[in-house]
Design a protein around this ligand. Structure first.
Ligand code: FEO
Ligand code: CA
Ligand code: CA
Length: 671
């Protein structure tokens, strides 16, 4: 995530200002008293406690798998930053899809000076994030690729909008706002493997654009059809137009795509202003009426975009319930372009980073999801029904009903899953919950009452089906104070993030209690004050900051993508893609495989089933922290960007793009 805003004063606001008021419930005081600053000791205690609870198997089950692999066989690249991408020697990274590339035979060619909403609806969207691929029946050389388009960067998309700190909403005309809406959402596109490379098939009947502007999406689950989902356009509370801020996601075993609505609050707007220090400022607080508590906990309205000036549904003065219809996991069937995507309200409403799925040994489906904000939580959904291989119709209902739980990390190395069930514990009318719909719409408020652990920005949460391990990527939280630390968030001013490894007991992802320990504490291992923890084979190029997305390759190995945002200069390295050992004596060692161009974030890692291609999404090239990039040292604009990656053509702005990486001549990546 790196959200933008058009107003200088909103920079603070979009930088994930925590909205969780329950920060003092952390175990910080207890941990500080018992363990002081000895994080190493804490780690040892965690392992001991976990082993006592679940036996050695829970923590060592990947060792056999790791022993079968020779580690990651590629030559590491150098950290650093420049205007282009870099990949390990012997590999080629080819651009597959760029912002504006036609997705249909009748789509207009990309013309950045004359972009329109109509053209954008037929072209690849902006700021590509999560990627998943699905097989095409009967075609081993084809895949259907789904890609999220999280947000827009108007300062480099549109001429004349200007530097991000200076541009203002007046420059975002209705026409540009409509291009932005069309550039959000999801692209679905068939790709073919021809002559040793992947290429889009623009004539495929499977191709589809889903956007914020005009895609009809159904509501399903406990909140669908309830009072707080009703709007003027939808008196039944059953249909929503569009999806917003699609960050990471998931792929289900029955072949559907899950897209996660993350910073939805930023799209809501008000006409109301109040005087502040002699200036009239747009209100971002105090507008919720009966939903006041909910608005404040979710940061509604965020006013990062001015779409509400043109479209009433994004204006909370006109449609106070519309924000309740975003912040969900959306399920899309990529095999049927006429199908209606569905918002699955049983998975709760928060700033969903992703939605990674695993089939539990008993057949229930488990979906993990982080709420990406400082001091927010980690969630798990367990379906009521069981996965039936071959019965797709039944499987398509699995995410309609189940139990959502939130994580409480205990200082003894265990983590408890606390169910968000109406009528149980504090989730009652006395505390403002009238129904399960309220509990799902206000999952954050429910989790506050249950005593969940406030984390350092939970991003990807990735199960490894083969081992029962689950990796929790915590990107950073420089706002955590020393009296707010706890065993699972052990560093104050955590600028570089960490990775927690959870172990489901005997692979039971529906269990009420897991074990956990810390795999990595990120940052420079040579700087003592950073307090980093890495495996012994991590080189000066291999360590990283701000882990965000990750994936498990077909050999069960962990790969991590980073998002340092504006703060990449703190590591001196552009964002990249790293191979991380999880077992044996090299556990916690990391190697850099790919480096993104200046100002970009690394997203969407996705391996093909044969392990021979990895797709990566290079998001917002040329935007983040370009003042810190010495050869440029200023903010990027359309006419003056820090890089024109990947085209490097005069007049062509930088373009968020998906790259396909393969070994020269073929073969398994790092295998
Ligand atoms: Fe959109 Fe939390 O990354
Ligand atoms: Ca992310
Ligand atoms: Ca992932």
């Amino acid at each position: 995530m790196k959200a933008f805003s058009n107003k200088a004063e909103a920079f603070e606001a979009f930088d994930d200002i925590p909205t969780n008021p329950h920060l003092d419930r952390s175990l910080g005081a207890v941990v500080a008293r018992r363990y002081g600053r000895r994080d190493v000791l804490k780690g040892l205690l965690a392992v001991t406690a976990s082993t006592a609870l679940f036996g050695d198997a829970a923590l060592t089950s990947t060792r056999a798998l790791a022993a079968a692999s020779d580690g990651f066989t590629f030559e590491e690249i150098a950290g650093g930053v420049d205007e282009t991408h870099h990949v390990a020697p012997g590999y080629e990274a080819k651009v597959l899809l760029r912002w504006g590339d036609p997705l249909f035979a009748d789509a207009p060619a990309f013309d950045p000076l004359n972009q329109s909403a109509a053209a954008q609806h037929r072209q690849f969207g902006y700021n590509n994030d999560y990627i998943a691929v699905f097989p095409v029946e009967g075609r081993s050389d084809r895949l259907v690729m789904c890609v999220n388009h999280e947000y827009t960067s108007p300062e480099v998309m549109f001429r004349g909008v200007g530097e991000p700190a200076e541009n203002d909403f007046e420059k975002i005309t209705r026409e540009l706002a409509e291009v932005e809406m069309a550039a959000h959402g999801v692209s679905i596109v068939e790709i073919a493997f021809e002559n040793g490379a992947w290429t889009p098939v623009v004539t495929s009947p499977l191709n589809r654009r889903i956007s914020a502007a005009n895609t009809e999406i159904a509501l399903d689950g406990p909140a669908a059809g309830t009072r707080r989902m009703v709007t003027t356009a939808d008196p039944a509370g059953m249909r929503v137009v569009g999806t917003l801020n699609n960050c990471a996601g998931g792929a289900t075993p029955w072949g559907t795509y899950l897209t996660a609505e993350e910073n939805f609050h930023g799209y809501f707007w008000t006409d109301q202003k109040a005087e502040k220090e002699g200036k009239l400022e747009r209100l971002t607080k105090g507008l919720g009426g009966a939903q006041q508590k909910s608005y404040e906990r979710y940061g509604v309205p965020g006013a990062w975009y001015n779409w509400g000036a043109y479209a009433e549904r994004f204006n909370v003065d006109k449609e106070p319930n519309e924000p309740n219809r975003f912040g969900w996991i959306v399920e899309i069937d990529p095999t049927d372009p006429s199908s209606t995507p569905v918002k699955r309200t049983a998975l709760g409403r928060f700033r969903h980073e992703g939605a990674e799925t695993v089939v539990n040994p008993d057949g229930r489906v488990v979906v993990y999801s982080g709420d990406d904000a400082r001091f927010d939580y980690l969630y798990r959904f367990v379906s009521a029904g069981r996965y039936e291989p071959g019965d797709r119709t039944a499987n398509l209902k699995l995410l309609s009903e189940g139990t959502l739980s939130v994580a409480r990390f205990n200082d003894d190395g265990t983590v408890d899953w606390l169910p968000l069930t109406f009528g149980e514990g504090p989730l009652t009318p006395q505390n403002g919950f009238e129904s399960q719909a309220d509990v799902m719409i206000d999952a954050r408020l429910a989790a506050d009452l249950l005593g969940a652990t406030a984390m350092d920005r939970p991003e990807d949460v990735q199960p490894n089906a083969a081992t029962g391990k689950v990796y929790v990527l915590l990107t950073n939280n420089a706002r955590r104070k020393s009296d707010q630390i706890n065993a699972a968030n052990p560093r104050p001013e955590n600028s570089f993030g960490h990775i927690i490894e959870m172990a489901a007991p005997e692979g039971d992802h529906a269990a009420g209690r897991f074990a956990w320990n810390i795999l990595i504490k990120c940052g420079d291992p040579k700087v003592a004050e950073v307090g980093a923890l890495w495996g012994p084979e991590t080189s000066a190029n291999g360590w990283f900051g701000s882990p965000d997305n990750c994936t498990i390759d077909n050999e069960g190995r962990l790969w991590v993508a980073t998002d340092q945002g504006e703060n990449w200069a703190k590591t001196g390295k552009a964002d990249g893609f790293y191979a991380v050992e999880t077992d044996g004596p090299t556990r916690g060692s990391s190697k850099m495989f790919f480096r993104a161009p200046v100002g970009a974030e690394m997203c969407g890692p996705c391996f093909t089933a044969d392990g021979e291609t990895v797709f990566l999404a290079v998001q917002h090239p040329g935007t983040d922290g370009t003042k810190e990039y010495a050869p440029f040292a200023r903010l990027s604009t359309f006419d003056d960007p820090a890089t024109r990656w990947p085209d490097f053509r005069d007049g062509m702005p930088p373009r968020p793009s998906v790259v396909a990486i393969r070994k020269t001549g073929g073969g398994k990546i790092a295998g």
